[in-house]
Design a protein around this ligand. Structure first.
Ligand code: COA
Length: 563
């Protein structure tokens, strides 16, 4: 273990650069070459790499500080896998740049400069230039991560054409000319090296003397090497079309701030983070200098997207459906604002999730409960003795348990990811309870194994616990099916929302005496309205009609429940 200073490496000619982002903090562990901080000139940005693997002891600069080559920006406790000694901190980068400079200077001689345009062809008042990849600081096979222009786009000289990214830096390749993009010759993911063809650009002729020097080429596919000198002479002759020294920008393997509207502005580490998190950088607002996107911006963006998805925000729901925009209600009259209770917020999110995820259909049916009610009322005295009130609910629970056994396709959940149907061998039924705090759904277990008195006692006890806020989480879990009874309140029918991942829910409305034709005359019968909502992915309509018919049959003739 030894301490090592982290120094600013060769910045490719830039004197003083500004620290715009710290990418690590004291105590962080880093690998050799991991980015430590980002600096930026008015033209370019670069991430300074760690000279070795180890633990950051301290950073001695802050955002906004100006640094130059050789300045100490921090100290690292080396774990022994250093890329060099104290003195050579940042040396790998410096070496790479020296190599580039050597290569660049040799191009001024016999070698054609690949950063200059390839041969061009004339077409009326314009000519077509083939833009080549400029020197990339000695890097080769650098992947294209973004194409900033499309065919037909008009670009100014200096506009970013494509962005390439190595493991150290991202770099935007600027247009050497103003013109119109004729053809993009690369695709995202392509690996580029100096001299590769990037795109064809139609450049307006200005009638200047440069025209005479233009060599026509009918073959656009001429190798760049052959064309370098032509391009050079053209560049010297035609001021308007003179390439803006694209190679100069790549001297320090830097990314240049994009022209207005030309792509996003961020370093490789931030781009990598965004890619890993699946964040679309075009949607992220940069808070750094010149709207540069920082790590925090990516993290905050992802966080807010997750929150929106989870809470079904008013702006955008998790399913991508635009939310309901609220007007300023105070313009219509006095208003009061109150924070939602936690339970209301949770119920709202659950309802929305179920309603958006489950294709709902509701089946209606009336059950003749005239005899059932007569029987129920006859049990009043017995109930008083037991201290239990017999309401219609236990009969409904028992009838639903029997119907679930008869039609087991209702006692399932769907796993759409695995394309599996999960069949349940137990019958636990939830009952929706209206409480002053909102809707709660306690669960009665093994309904099929319990008698009517037991169900009456248990449902009353759970309903009371719900109203007293005494339900335990386990008492609200594991339901296969839910009953929501508004019968004690009123109504003739409704369309309940399936309590997903269950696949069906029975809504019960208020029983009412109605005339029923018996073949020879109308008889007064007590009819109980049933509304069965179901997940149409799990259950088909015929089975839903069978289920409500089954319930109607069981409730009309209680003897069936005994079988
Ligand atoms: N038709 C006619 N009368 C009915 C009825 C029906 N379908 N269901 C119940 N009743 C009667 C009961 O017999 C009782 O009358 P009684 O005192 O004369 O005997 C009265 O209505 C009140 O019954 P209730 O206390 O509601 O008992 P219950 O066992 O029927 O229901 C709960 C218990 C917990 C389901 C019920 O109190 C409740 O909270 N319901 C609301 C559920 C809800 O909000 N659902 C909406 C979800 S979005």
């Amino acid at each position: 273990m030894s301490e090592q200073e982290i120094r600013v490496p060769d910045l490719g000619g830039a004197d003083e650069v500004e620290v715009i982002e710290l990418l690590v903090s004291a105590g962080d562990s880093v690998e050799a070459e991991d980015p430590i901080l980002t600096v930026e000139t008015d033209k370019a940005s670069v991430e300074l790499p760690s000279p070795g693997a180890g633990k950051i002891i301290k950073l001695t600069v802050k955002v906004g500080d100006k640094v130059k080559e050789g300045d100490v920006v921090g100290t690292i406790e080396s774990s022994g896998e250093s890329g060099g000694s104290d003195d050579s901190a940042g040396e790998p980068e410096a070496k790479a740049e020296e190599k580039t400079e050597t290569e660049s200077s040799s191009k001024g001689g016999a070698e054609p400069d690949a950063s200059k345009p390839a041969p061009k062809k004339k077409s009326g008042g314009s000519r077509t230039e083939v833009v080549l990849v400029p020197p990339l600081d000695g890097m080769e096979d650098v992947p294209v991560i973004e194409i900033n222009v499309s065919e037909g786009d008009t670009v100014e000289a200096d506009d970013a054409l494509v962005t390439v990214e190595s493991d150290k830096a991202s770099m935007e390749i600027p247009s050497p000319f103003s013109g119109k993009v004729v053809k993009v010759l690369v695709a995202e993911g392509d690996k580029l090296s100096e001299g590769d063809k990037l795109l064809e650009l139609s450049v307006a002729e200005d009638g200047g003397d440069g025209d005479d020097d233009v060599e026509e080429s009918s073959d656009q596919d001429d190798a760049p090497a052959d064309s370098g000198q032509d391009a050079k002479s053209e560049a010297e002759a035609d001021d308007k079309a003179t390439p803006k020294e694209p190679a100069a920008r790549s001297q320090s393997a830097v990314s240049e701030p994009p022209a207005p509207g030309a792509g996003v502005h961020a370093g490789p580490a931030v781009r990598k983070l965004a890619r890993e998190l699946g964040a679309d950088m075009a949607r992220i607002k940069g808070s750094g200098p010149k709207s540069r996107i920082l790590k925090d911006d990516v993290q905050n963006y992802v966080k807010s997207q997750l929150q929106q998805a989870q809470q079904g925000s008013a702006v955008a729901t998790g399913s991508g459906i635009p939310g309901v925009k609220l007007p300023d209600f105070s313009q219509f009259g006095d208003i009061e604002k109150e924070a939602m209770s936690r339970m209301m917020a949770v119920t709202a999110a659950n309802m929305q999730r179920s309603w958006l995820n489950v294709p709902h259909v509701t089946q209606f049916e009336d059950a003749d409960i005239t005899d059932m009610e007569a029987f129920r009322k006859s049990q009043k005295a017995a109930g008083e003795k037991k201290g239990v009130k017999m309401t219609p609910l236990p009969f409904l629970l028992k009838a639903c348990a029997t119907a679930l056994a008869e039609l087991p396709q209702f006692n399932v959940s769907l796993d759409m990811e695995r394309k599996e149907v999960i069949r349940k061998q137990y019958v636990h039924i939830g009952i929706a309870v209206d409480t002053p705090n909102g809707l709660m759904v306690p669960v009665i277990r093994d309904v099929d194994k319990k008698g009517l008195w037991e169900l009456a006692a248990e449902s009353a006890e759970l309903a009371q616990k719900a109203r007293d806020k005494k339900l335990k989480p386990a008492e609200m879990q594991g339901a296969c099916f839910t009953i929501t009874s508004l019968g004690g309140i009123g109504g003739t029918a409704f369309t309940p929302i399936v309590n997903a991942p269950e696949v069906a829910i029975l809504g019960v409305s208020k029983a009412a005496m109605k005339p029923v034709w018996d073949g020879s005359g109308f008889q007064p019968r007590l009819l109980l309205p049933l509304s069965l909502s179901y997940d149409h992915r799990a259950v088909n309509g015929a089975d839903a009609a069978r289920f409500t018919s089954c319930l109607s049959r069981l409730l009309s003739d209680l003897r069936e429940l005994l079988l």
